[in-house]
Design a protein around this ligand. Structure first.
Ligand code: NCD
Ligand code: ZN
Ligand code: ZN
Length: 346
């Protein structure tokens, strides 16, 4: 079989990314802005983005960290708390300050301690979002000390998401970074107003890669990597061309000493290699014909935003991911550090 040497697609968007703030932001934003035209920026900073004022300031910090000629647009999101005001949400959505709001179940992931314990405490906000067409993005896991960590996503779907969709049928919801066959099946079974992002790491690896040959803290993220069956279900989902699945890297840097620790942080910093990895997996699945839709069309369609005008070209030329990224004196270990990837992006 002849292998394609290069191809060009509409410049992609990253519908789920963590930029952090301060020095980390300044160092890493280029890895996203070089390859992606827009990104949905997650609001879970150590002081989360819960007000219009903080969102404006954070957006400014991001824009200041970009190269002069960059066309990159950050799309800001609001971290929902029990104090979120529906009038603020409505104003900020119409003013294009917030493009979506993010639901973190309390203590479900990194920086989620200000999250929501009971959905009914934010009913008025969800009603308003439904009314104005503002998307709700969810970290879809229930955390309960009696429940197995590998079942958290399935339980979120069964116990929260199904009821949420019944109570708010017109609310647009994105189930972020899906990791299970149950999530794939559920997304496929629903007719409208539900989409899902899929990360490079959940496509590339399963829990054996993380745990069976020494413990790999740099593959630890939430939702945690599942078994091969689930990884295969995710690969099938993207290969099907179903428009409800779209690109979201969940690139989430932590300093290496917080990852390689007695209690390591959850999050994988993949923005250097994300597009190369997606391309590699689509090719492996003989699904490159659906690649552009996944990267550059399906998300825009879901969010009712225009498709990007710029393009990027993928060249079959391997390159090595650096071992580390310096943030001043401190170090972040990127996803696939020191490994070769097959596609170079121009
Ligand atoms: C993310 C982070 O570090 O902010 N971590 C992760 O493991 N995915 C938070 C999140 O997206 O859940
Ligand atoms: Zn999350
Ligand atoms: Zn995330």
């Amino acid at each position: 079989m002849i292998k394609i040497k290069q191809f060009t697609i509409i410049k992609p968007d990253d519908w789920h990314v963590h930029f952090r703030n301060g020095k980390i932001l300044k160092t890493i934003v280029k890895y996203t802005s070089n390859f992606y035209e827009r990104a949905m920026v997650m609001p879970n900073l150590s002081s989360p983005i819960i007000t219009i004022k903080s969102a404006k300031k954070y957006k400014k910090n991001i824009l200041n960290a970009l190269k002069k000629n960059s066309t990159f647009t950050p799309l800001m999101t609001c971290y929902l708390t029990i104090d979120t005001d529906p009038d603020d949400i409505e104003y900020a959505f119409y003013e294009k300050i917030f493009f979506a709001a993010k639901l973190y179940p309390k203590n479900s992931t990194s920086y989620s301690k200000f999250g929501i314990k009971k959905i009914k405490t934010i009913t008025n906000v969800l009603e308003r979002m439904q009314k104005i067409g503002m998307p709700l993005l969810v970290h879809g896991e229930i955390v309960d000390k009696n429940m197995d960590i590998f079942d958290r996503e399935k339980f979120f779907i069964d116990k929260i998401l199904i009821k949420l969709r019944k109570d708010f049928p017109e609310l647009k919801i994105v189930l972020e970074h899906i990791s299970t066959k149950e999530a794939v099946d559920y997304i496929q079974s629903v007719k409208k107003n539900l989409g899902a992002t899929i990360t490079p790491h959940h496509l590339m690896y399963n829990r054996n890669d993380m745990l069976s040959n020494g413990i790999r803290p740099h593959l630890y993220c939430l939702p945690i990597l599942k078994s091969k069956t689930h990884q295969e279900a995710l690969r099938k989902a993207i290969s099907s061309g179903n428009k409800k699945f779209f690109l979201g890297t969940d690139s989430a840097p932590h300093y290496y000493y917080n990852k390689e620790s007695h209690c390591g942080s959850a999050g994988i910093f993949n923005s250097l290699s994300s597009l190369s990895i997606y391309a590699e997996i689509f090719e492996k699945m003989h699904a490159l014909n659906h690649f552009e839709s996944f990267c550059s069309r399906n998300g825009a369609l879901f969010y009712s935003l225009p498709e990007n005008k710029n393009t990027i070209t993928f060249i079959r030329k391997s390159w090595k991911i650096p071992d580390k990224i310096f943030v001043g004196e401190k170090i972040i270990i990127p996803f696939l550090a020191g490994k070769m990837v097959k596609w170079t992006i121009e």
